[in-house]
Design a protein around this ligand. Structure first.
Ligand code: NDP
Length: 249
């Protein structure tokens, strides 16, 4: 795989978990990476950590559910680095509840943070990508957006929405050399899945053909490929990183 020298990547929700690993990977491959989350101290801490490893990084706080924050983030990055080659829409949360009990704000928060964020960031960078006549947009969806999950109707709808968005935008801007793909992780060991009980994990292992819960690195490996020059003829796809849990025809 060719290196990322000269490339600029923004990874939303990259102060921990999957986003952090994606950012670290791309930085180690030579990209200038923008680390972002709602917490300014965390962004600064990760920037300093990366810089101490000799990597190029910029930490900027932004709430991706806010179009204003997204525009400000993208403008600062373009002022600093001149362009953005790769956008990874990774930030996401869960607010699980059974439908009978789901509150309106649990629905709205998930839609705004998981789905509207993808619109916000993609639109804020569209002019940049059109000017480049190239670039990569990689959206982190979930197997839950493909197969559903009881207690996660809000989360599943937001992640299924990302898949529809990905395919539509891929068709819209493909002729400009810009690729848009989605990555669907299965169960990955992060803070988000930390609350799963040992009993449930045991049951889960049995359903996963590869017999283990995934690591952030498993997802970061695929993102690094999709962001590379070699992935230039792949667009509008949903690629699963789930140990074989979901196999679609
Ligand atoms: P984590 O909870 O470990 O990390 C989430 C990151 O997103 C943090 O950096 C968090 O920082 C940031 N974030 C949350 N809300 C916002 C916001 N409004 N604006 C900006 N940043 C925000 O999650 P994971 O690493 O597990 O998940 C990453 C992505 O992968 C999510 O989209 C998730 O849905 C998806 N995914 C995860 C799976 C898993 O098993 N872990 C499976 C399938 C998909 P802060 O809160 O400080 O803002």
């Amino acid at each position: 795989m060719s290196d990322y020298q000269g490339k600029v990547a923004i990874i939303t929700g990259s102060t921990r978990g999957i986003g952090y690993q994606i950012a670290l990977n791309l930085a180690e491959l030579g990209a200038k990476v923008v680390v972002s989350s709602r917490n300014a101290e965390d962004c600064q801490r990760i920037q300093q950590e990366f810089e101490s490893k000799g990597l190029t990084s910029l930490g900027i706080a932004a709430d991706v559910s806010s179009m204003e924050d997204c525009k400000a983030l993208c403008n600062t990055v373009i002022e600093t680095f001149g362009k953005v080659d790769i956008l990874v829409n990774n930030a996401g949360i869960t607010k699980d509840n059974l439908m009978m009990r789901m509150k309106e704000d649990q629905w709205d928060d998930i839609m705004n943070i998981n789905l509207k964020s993808v619109f916000n960031m993609s639109q804020a960078l569209l002019r940049n990508f059109l000017k480049l006549q190239g670039g990569r947009i990689i959206n982190i969806t979930s197997i839950v957006g493909q197969i559903g999950n009881a207690g996660q109707a809000n989360y599943a709808a937001s992640k299924a929405g990302i898949i529809g968005f990905t395919k539509s935008l891929a068709r819209e801007i493909g002729s400009r050399g810009i690729t848009v793909n989605a990555v669907a992780p299965g169960y990955i060991a992060t803070d988000m899945t930390d609350t799963i009980t040992e009993d449930s994990k045991e049951k889960l292992f049995k359903q996963i053909p590869l017999g283990r819960i995934g690591e952030p690195q498993d997802v970061a490996n695929l993102v690094a490929f999709l962001g590379s020059e070699e992935a230039g003829y792949i667009t509008g796809q949903v690629l699963n990183v789930d140990g074989g849990l979901v196999m679609q025809g």
